[in-house]
Design a protein around this ligand. Structure first.
Ligand SMILES: *Cc1c(COP(=O)(O)O)cnc(C)c1O
Length: 456
């Protein structure tokens, strides 16, 4: 098909929306390492996991074999309110960069939560409701996950208790109000409402919190409140599974126009959008049917893949969660306040960690001022005001497109534009005023986190 025929926006029909999630673990030669019980160091059993998570989600978490899993009708109907999401050909950005590269992005910001997180929120809330639970608890960093979960819970009439990382709670009062509009209760973390929160506050007075702290608090409340379970917005296998809807749609849209990406790029916090976007393409690579370059982009201030170690670690600061084998900076690592709150997690999805470890994926880290430069450049030509997290992927996509300009290669680049940045204007303001700083932890800073890794 000739170049001109590719529209600016490729929309799929509603009927082309995936009816199944794709489970990349089915095609992985080396499966991701299992979650371990922190006390016995034995793999977590379904029964143990069911004390924290819903039954059906535990099944999905442990399923390394089923290649496809049906998306229940009720979830598909919810998806239809904002999906299929557009795949955009960034003609204007290409023009601006004067690159021979062809750039595409899959835009997940077309819903009120402003990010891809709604794809998993509705699935997790649905299974909680099916199980007859009263409510769910969770953590949120920048606020996108909390917002997404509040929306899903409002839709299904479930109670929603959100522990929000304190620095975001203070920086983003409007986020908090969006969650309350959807009926969630929002508590800044660490808080004195939980035992683990009180302990963390005593050990680190004045801390601005971290995702790891907020997780510990949310898990404590879920396990001690009748009719509640905990849900997590990233990192877990089940979340990557739900997010595969992004990749399956992207691949369907590209296949429709006979386009094959050479490079696929995503920002990586806990790995869910990246894992979801690359899943069907990675499946082809794992089965030896096609080859792609995959690039994970993370903040230089929280470099779990590029500077972390591959080891079993706690998923949370309070050390109440199971141990996961992942690239990690240590659960005690509290990153400097970075404006991409959704990327401030110390660890990384076990699936992506294993794929990276086995050489199927690359990773790079970028500094936040260069991320905001890319964000602004993108906003001015493509119109969308990107989230700081998403802008990490924009940075890498622009860098790859500029490399093509040097070499004259006409590569096709696909990146995930995970969301919009309307609630991040304080960060944009800092950038515009020249007040934004690049924090890069020293090796000694990282060593403190590594020293706290569980030893066995
Ligand atoms: C949460 C978030 C991310 C990072 O989370 P992953 O699980 O790594 O995808 C990226 N972009 C946006 C807009 C987010 O809200």
């Amino acid at each position: 098909m000739s170049e001109q025929k590719i529209p600016y926006k490729i929309y799929l029909e509603e009927s082309e929306m995936p009816s199944q999630w794709y489970n990349v673990r089915a095609d992985m030669i080396t499966k991701p390492a299992p979650l371990l019980n922190p006390a016995t160091h034995e793999p977590m059993t379904a029964n143990e996991l069911e004390m924290v998570f819903c039954k059906e989600l535990v099944k999905q978490e442990l399923d390394n074999e089923s290649r496809y899993i049906d998306i229940p009708e009720k979830i598909r109907n919810f998806y239809k309110m904002y999906r299929p999401s557009p795949l955009v050909r960034a003609y204007c950005l290409e023009e601006k960069l004067q690159t021979p590269a062809k750039i595409y992005y899959k835009f997940e910001g077309n819903n009120t939560s402003g990010s891809h997180k709604l794809n998993s929120a509705i699935a997790q809330a649905f299974y909680a409701k099916e199980q007859g639970l009263r409510g769910v608890t969770t953590e949120t960093g920048a606020g996108q996950w909390g917002t997404a979960l509040s929306m899903a819970c409002a839709y299904l009439n479930l109670d929603c208790k959100v522990y929000m990382v304190k620095c975001s709670y203070e920086q983003k009062p409007f986020r908090r109000e969006v969650m309350r509009t959807y009926g969630a209760s929002v508590t800044p973390s660490p808080s004195d409402t939980t035992a683990v929160g009180r302990r963390i506050l005593a050990e680190h007075p004045g801390t601005t919190g971290s995702l790891g702290c907020a997780i510990s608090e949310a898990v404590e409340v879920a396990t001690q409140t009748e009719g509640y379970r905990y849900v997590l917005g990233s990192v877990l296998n089940q979340v990557l599974l739900h997010q595969s809807v992004i990749g399956v749609e992207a691949k369907t849209a590209m296949d429709k126009y006979g386009v094959k990406p050479d490079i696929i790029i995503g920002c990586a916090g806990g790995g869910s959008n990246l894992g979801g976007l690359i899943s069907p393409f990675m499946g082809e690579k794992l089965r030896g049917e096609a080859d792609y370059r995959f690039i994970a982009v993370e903040p230089a201030s929280c470099p779990s893949l590029t500077r972390g170690v591959y080891a079993y670690d706690f998923c949370d600061t309070g050390m109440v969660c199971p141990l996961a084998k992942m690239y990690t900076l240590g659960s005690g690592f509290i990153p400097s306040p970075n404006h991409a709150g959704g990327l401030r997690y110390h660890g990384m999805s076990s699936i992506l960690s294993q794929l990276y470890h086995d050489g199927y994926m690359e990773a790079r880290s970028v500094e936040q001022t260069s991320v905001f430069e890319a964000a602004e450049q993108f906003a001015r030509v493509e119109g969308i005001l990107p989230a700081p997290e998403s802008s990490h992927a924009i940075r890498a996509a622009i860098d790859e497109a500029l490399k093509c300009k040097e070499t004259g290669e006409e590569k096709t680049i696909l990146f995930g534009l995970t969301g919009t940045g309307y609630f991040d204007m304080i960060a944009y303001e800092k950038f515009h005023n020249g007040e934004m700083q690049d924090y890069i932890p020293t090796d000694a800073d990282l060593q403190v986190g590594f020293d706290g890794l569980p030893k066995f």
